[in-house]
Design a protein around this ligand. Structure first.
Ligand code: LLP
Length: 429
C-alpha cells in the first residue's frame, strides 16, 4: 500500500484522504494516485542515477499531471507512440528529454518526433533506419538515434532464459549479426547521429543476472563497433523492468541499489574491454507509477458458491485491470470502508464483465459479512492498469485522482456513455 493508513475503524486513507469521501465525490471504480509516493520514487531514481538519465516509461501510466510531475522532478520521458508524445507536448514537456520508442513506428509518428525535436529516437528495424534517414534529410535535421539490440536475454521474475532472441519482434538481434548491420547502416547515413545502443530485457525483474548477461553482450558489441568503425558510442540505454511488490512479503530493490548494481556491471565490462564508461539511461515505468496507485471499487453482488469460495463482484474488472486475465498477475485487496469482526472466507474478487476470466484478484480473504456498498481497495495498480484499460462491454474508463496532503483532484476525467456514443457514426451528435 502507498502512504495510506487504515484507521482503527477499518477506514483506509490515501494521501491523507478518506477513501469513502473519494468514492462519494468521484464515484467508483476510481484510480487513486498518492502524488507524494509517485514523486518521491521519481526523485529517488533521479538521485540514484545522478550521473545518467532516467526516462520514465510512459506506457506504465501517462497523463498531463504525470508529465508535469516528471518535469518538476527533473526526469526524462520515454514515449512509445505518437499518442504518448502528444500528451507530453500538450503540457510543454522539454522535448530534448524525450525518447521515442516503438515497434513499427508510423511515418507520422517519426515526423512528429522530428518536428518536435525529441532528444533520442530508438531505431527498431532496417526499414525504419532508411525511412528516418529520408525524413531527416527532407527536413534538414540530424536526430540523435540509438539502435535497439535484442541481447538474447529474456528475463522473468525469478529466472531468465536465453532462448527467445530469434523469436520476437523487437529490435535487432545480436546473435544473427543484425545489430552490427543496423549500426553500419545508421553510420552510413550522415543525417542520423548514432549516440548509443539500447536494450530492454523484460519487466517485473528482481534478479540482476539478466542485466549482467545483457551488459556483457552489449559491451562485446561496443567493441565490435569500435574495431570496425573506430568509434566508441557514448551512451547506453538499459531499458526498465525493475520489479515492484504486488503482494505482502515481496521485496524489490531500491533505486540506489539498482543504480549501483547496473553501474558496477557496466563498469566491469568496460574495464574488461578498455571501453570508456558510457552515460547510462534507464527507463523505469512500473517502479515509479505502480506502488503509489490504488483502485477503489464498490462491491455489488456477493455469491457464495457452496463449498468453493465467495465471489465478490465489483463495478469494474478486466476493463480497468487486464493484468490478472492477461498474465495471471497477482494482487491483494481489502475492504477499505469499514472493519469487520466476521471470520475471513476464501474469496475471489471479480468484475462486471461477461467472461469468467474477468478476475481482479484470484484468491484473497474477505470478511464473511462483505456486502453490497462496501468499498474494496486493490493495491499497486498504478502501472499498466489505467494505461491498458479498455471499453469492453461499453464500460466507460474510470477517473483518475491524485491525492496529497489530505486533498484530492481529478487528473483524468471519468468517461461516460456520451464519450462512447460520441464516436458512433450512427448516433446523432
Ligand atoms: N523501456 C522499454 C523499451 C519497454 O518496452 C518497457 C516496457 C519499459 C521501458 C518499462 O518497463 P517497466 O519498468 O515498466 O517494467 N504490460 C505489461 C508490461 C509490459 C512492458 C512493456 N515494456 C504489464 O502489465 O506487466
Amino acid at each position: 500500500w502507498p502512504r495510506n493508513a487504515v484507521r482503527e475503524d477499518g477506514v483506509m486513507f490515501v494521501g491523507g484522504v478518506d477513501v469513502r469521501d473519494l468514492a462519494r465525490e468521484y464515484g467508483t471504480p476510481l484510480f487513486v494516485y498518492d502524488e507524494d509516493d509517485v514523486r518521491s520514487r521519481m526523485r529517488e531514481y533521479a538521485a540514484a542515477f545522478h550521473d545518467g538519465d532516467v526516462h520514465y516509461a510512459g506506457k506504465a501510466f501517462l497523463c498531463g499531471a504525470m508529465v508535469k510531475w516528471l518535469n518538476e522532478e527533473g526526469l526524462g520521458l520515454d514515449v512509445c507512440s505518437g499518442g504518448e508524445l502528444a500528451v507530453a507536448l500538450a503540457v510543454g514537456f522539454p522535448t530534448e528529454r524525450i525518447t521515442l520508442h516503438g515497434s513499427n513506428k508510423a511515418t507520422w509518428e517519426l515526423e512528429q518526433a522530428l518536428e518536435a525535436g525529441v532528444g533520442r529516437i530508438v531505431l527498431d528495424s532496417f526499414e525504419e533506419i532508411a525511412r528516418l534517414g529520408y525524413l531527416a534529410k527532407e527536413r534538414g535535421v540530424r536526430p540523435k538515434v540509438m539502435v535497439r539490440v535484442t541481447t538474447g536475454v529474456e528475463a522473468h521474475t525469478h529466472e531468465f532464459i536465453a532462448t527467445a532472441h530469434d523469436d520476437q519482434k523487437f529490435g535487432f538481434s545480436r546473435s544473427s549479426g543484425a545489430a552490427l548491420e543496423a549500426v553500419r547502416r545508421v553510420l552510413a547515413l550522415e543525417q542520423l547521429e548514432l549516440v548509443g545502443l539500447h536494450s530492454h530485457i523484460g519487466s517485473q525483474i528482481f534478479e540482476v543476472d539478466g542485466f549482467e548477461v545483457a551488459a556483457h553482450r552489449l559491451a562485446e558489441l561496443l567493441v565490435a563497433i569500435r574495431d570496425e568503425h573506430g568509434v566508441e558510442l557514448p551512451e547506453l540505454d538499459l531499458g526498465g523492468g525493475y520489479g515492484i511488490a504486488y503482494l505482502p512479503g515481496e521485496e524489490p530493490h531500491d533505486p540506489k541499489g539498482i543504480a549501483d548494481g547496473l553501474r558496477e556491471i557496466v563498469a566491469r565490462e568496460c574495464r574488461a574491454y578498455e571501453l570508456a564508461m558510457p552515460r547510462l539511461t534507464v527507463e523505469p515505468g512500473r517502479a515509479i507509477a505502480g506502488p503509489g496507485g490504488v483502485t477503489l471499487y464498490e462491491v455489488g453482488t456477493v455469491k457464495d458458491v457452496e463449498g468453493l469460495r465467495t465471489y465478490v463482484s465489483v463495478d469494474g474488472g478486466m476493463s480497468d485491470n487486464l493484468r490478472t486475465a492477461l498474465y495471471g498477475a497477482e494482487y491483494t485487496g481489502v475492504v477499505a470502508s469499514r472493519s469487520s469482526d466476521a471470520p475471513p472466507v476464501l474469496s475471489r474478487l471479480v468484475g462486471k464483465h461477461c467472461e469468467s476470466g474477468d478476475i481482479v484478484v484470484r484468491d484473497l480473504w474477505f470478511p464473511e459479512d462483505i456486502s453490497a456498498g462496501d468499498l474494496v481497495a486493490v493495491a499497486a495498480t498504478g502501472a499498466y492498469c489505467r494505461s491498458m484499460a479498455s471499453n469492453y462491454n461499453h464500460v466507460p474508463k474510470p477517473a483518475v485522482v491524485a491525492v496529497r496532503d489530505g486533498r484530492s483532484r481529478v487528473i483524468v476525467r471519468r468517461e461516460g456513455a456520451a464519450d462512447l456514443l460520441r464516436l458512433d457514426a450512427e448516433v446523432e451528435a
